[in-house]
Design a protein around this ligand. Structure first.
Ligand code: FAD
Length: 287
């Protein structure tokens, strides 16, 4: 099922994310986690591509497993920064063969050695390519606090407009911990004439150290309220997990209450985290 049809139903959605294994021997473990999350029957599940330490090789097979086993629509991520057109077309063919209908089209992070594709510079070019290939519902990434490489938010939003023009029909946000930042961002998108559904990406923090590092890399601001929790419970994994899930739950309830319909949880291959959040929201997501 295409995500555009799900978003058009105008009911609250909750989706989860998994990333493929880093090495072959971890495949079964990741597959089991993905299927356990899928058994919760979220509105859809996304499978990253070469991000979070996962490899790109298994994105298609994990996405297909999720769809075949639990009939949960899959959103396969695809990046272009290190790919040529042939590799991209090949992956699109694989996705089509597997029956996957949704792609989150990304540029990807510039590799440490700086070597990038000469075929693609920006995600909007990948989006054009996928639209030209045909048959997919295409999403893109957006950054409520601005993408780290962009000089200012205004310009970043102009670039988001280019993705939409190229054929992107929804946007998923980078993680954020202060909902007011998202509300103000959506106002800015609307002022630039961008009205595609914006899916709020929420990261339940279960490991404080990791999050300090990834927020630094992505330019995401951690509110004082969150830092106090991380400082108090960061060295106590079970307490940190409980607090992280509670913080994410509260954030999501405020989002739904404020009219944001679509929430994506960066569940990071953790079925227990996905299950707890879904259970915390059981009445709320009935709409
Ligand atoms: P782009 O949209 O190309 O933007 C990159 C930068 O270029 C921005 O600063 C933008 O303002 C600028 N720009 C865009 N177009 C133009 C233009 N025409 N002229 C001038 N400047 C321009 N990474 C992975 O490797 N695998 C994943 O699975 C993955 N999933 C993600 C999912 C989400 C929801 C998000 C938010 C990020 C994800 N990432 C993933 C990370 C992503 O690849 C990086 O954030 C990357 O640095 C930017 O990707 P993009 O698609 O937003 O790039």
């Amino acid at each position: 099922m295409k995500l555009s049809s799900i978003f058009a139903q105008e009911k609250p959605t909750l989706s989860f994310e998994v990333f493929p294994p880093k090495t072959d021997d971890l495949y079964e473990k990741v597959e089991a986690a993905a299927l356990e999350i899928a058994s919760l029957k979220p509105d859809y599940m996304s499978v990253t591509y070469g991000a979070g330490g996962g490899t790109s090789r298994y994105t298609v097979s994990i996405a297909k497993d999720i769809e075949d086993t639990h009939k949960v629509p899959a959103l396969a991520h695809l990046t272009c920064v290190s790919s040529d057109k042939g590799t991209v077309r090949n992956q699109l063919e694989n996705l089509r063969q597997a029956g996957i209908e949704n792609i989150l089209a990304l540029r990807g992070d510039i590799p440490k050695d700086g070597r990038v594709s000469t075929d693609y510079r920006y995600a909007s070019q990948l989006i054009e390519e996928i639209a030209d290939f045909g048959g997919f519902c295409i999403g893109g990434a957006c950054y409520p606090e601005g993408h780290i490489e962009c000089e200012n938010l205004e310009e970043d939003i102009i670039n988001i407009g280019k993705k939409v023009e190229a054929g992107c029909s929804f946007l998923t946000t980078q993680m954020f911990f202060n909902n007011d930042i998202l509300y103000s961002y959506i106002d800015k998108l609307h002022k630039k004439g961008i009205f595609v559904p914006v899916v709020a990406g929420i990261m339940p923090i279960t490991n404080a150290k990791q999050i300090y590092r990834s927020c630094e890399l992505s330019g995401t601001v951690l509110p004082k309220r969150f830092i106090r929790i991380a400082e108090k419970y960061g060295d106590k994994p079970d307490a940190m997990k409980q607090a992280g899930i509670a913080y994410a739950t509260e954030q999501i309830i405020d989002l739904y209450a404020s009219g944001i319909r679509n929430v994506h949880v960066y569940s990071m291959n953790k079925p227990d985290v996905a299950r707890q959040i879904q259970s915390n929201l059981s009445e709320i997501i009935k709409g």
